[in-house]
Design a protein around this ligand. Structure first.
Ligand code: SF4
Ligand code: SF4
Length: 419
């Protein structure tokens, strides 16, 4: 039986048994995937380790200030300045695990304050998480409970509204989460259909006429709506619909937001970015190479019918969405303070983005069939940005996301890139 939590420390939420993770020392997080925030106390402790006199550190800043926060300094080519050229962390090697900043010790785990418990989300930009390698999360409860008090206390907990101005208890939100999971894991339906169903259910609950529902009426509504949606999905012809040019342009801009690499070190200047921006806006020409591993292909090669996703690709994506839904990390403090329904729609909007990215990686190898590796690479890119960007979401980004999350637009995008 798990130990009772200490006062001020939340209990740990249920841990999934379908998601695994153990570090396989690829060093990607240290090479710049992870921007490591440090508290003033951690910075002081690291300074006291005496790095300033070490060869390779003399005259270099150990930390960078960014938007009012302090981060471990990075080198553009090699990532964290404490990463040894041969791989491995110099702080860890010399002073042990506990001497590293909390963010390094916690990664790729994320504690999400939900109701009265801390649920666990994962960074899917970690290669082991994306590939589901290692120990099941359900077997890691003791390790997570040990670090939990350092990360999160109950004072940080705040309720997440269903929609702006409409509060539901966490118990009611959990019933909605269970309805999402029921659709997400429904057997015998392609994942693209299930995502279309999740969009439907989210929009049903976004109806202002449902604001005054009592909790018992919510249960009845959720049960009936989920059953109806699942029944309708089986017969849904999933007709492809070409979106107006303006919405297609917005989707490309949104893709640009996800494709961009988010580093603390200075990236390409504005002059170098202009051609990328123009390519994203035109959509007729070639996909801008926002990342070195993006192939030089035309936008139109990513369009059209690629057929249903292979079952093993669906399994990768389904696992990703289950982790996000179960942790409820798509809203509240984990996602720009979004309300539950807006955050859910923003999560469903990642599906066409992830499918588009997977197509891009397939084309990089001259294929038009997706593999598990394409799916994992796409997830690593998309999840690195989703809700975790160092930049705040700008009003223009929010407006664009809102337009793309309209029921018929989002459904069209899901079908276009998911089938
Ligand atoms: S990215 Fe993941 S697997 Fe690679 S070193 Fe970091 S934690 Fe380990
Ligand atoms: S401090 Fe160590 S573990 Fe943390 S990012 Fe740098 S090299 Fe990696």
């Amino acid at each position: 039986m798990p130990p009772r939590p200490r006062p001020g420390v939340p209990r740990l939420g249920a841990l999934p048994d379908y998601q695994c993770y153990s570090c396989h020392s690829c060093d990607d997080c240290c090479r710049g995937n992870l921007s490591v925030p440090v508290t003033p106390e951690e910075a002081e402790a690291i300074r006291a380790q005496g790095w300033a006199e070490e060869p390779g550190f003399v005259g270099r800043d150990l930390f960078i200030e960014h938007q009012g926060g302090l981060y471990l300094a990075q080198d553009g080519a090699t990532g964290c300045i404490f990463l040894d050229p041969a791989g491995g962390c110099r702080i860890h090697a010399r002073f042990g695990l506990e001497a590293k900043p909390l963010a390094c010790r916690l990664y790729p785990h994320v504690f999400v304050p939900v109701g009265r418990e801390a649920r666990v989300d994962l960074h899917f930009d970690c290669s082991s998480v994306a590939a589901n390698l290692g120990r099941p999360l359900a077997a890691q409860g003791d390790d997570l409970r040990a670090i939990l008090p350092e990360v999160i206390t109950t004072e940080r907990f705040a309720p997440v509204p269903l929609r702006p101005g409409i509060e539901w208890t966490q118990m009611r939100l959990d019933r909605l989460t269970a309805a999402f999971e029921a659709i997400l894991t429904a057997p015998d339906l392609e994942l693209t259909r299930r995502l279309a169903g999740l969009v439907n259910l989210t929009h049903v609950l976004n109806n202002p006429g449902l604001a005054g529902l009592r909790p018992d009426e919510t249960d009845t509504l959720l049960t009936a709506a989920t059953a109806r949606i699942l029944e309708a999905l089986a017969a849904d012809p999933l007709h492809r619909r070409r979106l107006p040019a303006g919405l297609r342009l917005m989707f490309r801009q949104h893709l640009g937001l996800y494709g961009r690499q988010d580093r603390l070190v200075a990236g390409p200047g504005w002059a170098q970015r202009v051609p990328h921006v123009l390519r994203l806006l035109s959509g007729h020409a070639r996909v801008p190479r926002l990342r070195p591993d993006w192939p030089d292909v035309r936008f139109r090669e990513l369009e059209g019918n690629w057929g249903p996703l292979p079952a093993e690709v669906e399994a990768v994506f389904e696992r990703y969405y289950r982790v996000k839904v179960q942790a409820q990390s798509f809203c509240g403090q984990s996602f720009h303070g979004a309300d539950y329904l807006s955050g859910a729609l923003a999560l469903w909007l990642t599906y066409p983005i992830i499918c588009w990215l997977a197509r891009l990686y397939a084309l990089a190898e001259g294929r038009r069939e997706l593999t598990v590796e394409d799916a994992q690479r796409a997830l690593r890119v998309a999840d690195h940005r989703h809700g975790r960007t160092l930049q705040q979401r700008q009003p223009a980004d929010l407006k664009r996301a809102e337009a793309l999350c309209a029921r018929e637009v989002l459904r069209a995008l899901i079908i276009t890139y998911g089938s």
